[in-house]
Design a protein around this ligand. Structure first.
Ligand code: ADP
Length: 263
């Protein structure tokens, strides 16, 4: 039996998926990065290998993707993350026509047709359209864990309006709401609507059509408050895969498997 690996070295986390000959997932690992991306990329791979008692020589082909894909030197090939997201997501949900991927320090909106990527737009210039917006505001201002934000925000009937889309200015707006005793769930919900609005706007500005099925992926898709906000603003159903952080690593592993099959 041959095995194949996809490694997605993101700006915030590194992910590995190992597939067998039949395309079945044998192991996966999600690891928060240290400042040393290359080391984190290798570690996530080694941890996935360990789950099955595999060694590196058991893996027939490795493809790396993600922002830090060139920080590891052992993969056979590298591929752009947009292609890997599309491959992985289409494998899981063949009806997918739009991917909204919100990661730790970037976000991407990808329009697909049955053949693959039609168009995409990426935001990696401004924290306000990424997970960093929520990470920073939750930790520094609300003083709660970012993982708590989603459930908390679902209690809100009246999300606050955050007029600014900038993380730094949003901080002062939120402090002002807190000083007026605004319930924290309304602030959390307001933050989700603000981030969702920004990401959708990035797509609309690039004339991306939000055709269904719409898939929300990336670590931020684990936040139910963001899922609600995106669905609400688009007035469409939004689907989250079971492991939304792994779609690009899965796509890379699928491509690795295909590479060897076509030789
Ligand atoms: P990247 O691929 O860009 O490195 P990820 O797609 O792994 O990043 O997303 C990381 C982001 O996901 C971080 O901002 C983190 O706070 C957020 N995140 C991860 N898990 C959760 C969770 N359970 N609830 C809310 N946010 C989460």
């Amino acid at each position: 039996m041959a095995y194949f690996a996809g490694i997605d070295v993101g700006s915030t986390t590194s992910k590995t998926v190992i597939l067998d000959d039949d395309g079945k997932v044998e192991a996966y690992c999600i690891l928060r990065n240290t400042y040393n991306l290359g080391e984190s990329g290798r570690k996530t791979f080694e941890m996935a290998l360990q789950q099955k008692g595999f060694s590196e020589s058991d893996i027939a082909y490795i493809i790396a993707t993600g922002y830090g894909r060139r920080t590891i030197d052992f993969p056979n090939e590298v591929e752009p993350e947009v292609i890997c997201h599309a491959k992985g997501t289409l494998e899981l949900i063949p009806a997918c026509r739009t991917i909204i991927d919100i990661g730790g320090q970037d976000s991407k909106i990808i329009e697909l047709d049955e053949k693959g990527v039609r168009k995409f737009q990426m935001n990696d210039k401004c924290a306000a359209g990424t997970g960093r917006y929520l990470d920073k505001l939750a930790k520094d201002i609300l003083q709660i864990e970012v993982e708590q934000l989603g459930e908390l925000s679902l209690k809100s009937q009246n999300p606050v309006s955050l007029s600014t889309q900038c993380t730094v200015f949003a901080e002062s707006e939120i402090i002002s709401y807190l000083s007026r005793s605004e319930p924290i769930e309304n602030i959390a919900a307001g933050m989700h609507y603000s981030l969702a609005k920004r990401v959708i706007q990035i797509g609309k500005t690039a004339s991306i059509r939000f055709n269904e099925a719409i898939i929300l992926s990336g670590g931020v898709a684990r936040n139910v408050g963001i899922v609600r906000a995106v669905a609400d603003l688009l007035r469409k159903e939004v689907i989250v895969p079971e492991h939304p952080q792994l779609t690009a690593a899965l796509g890379a592993a699928l491509m690795a498997r295909k590479r060897l099959a076509s030789r």
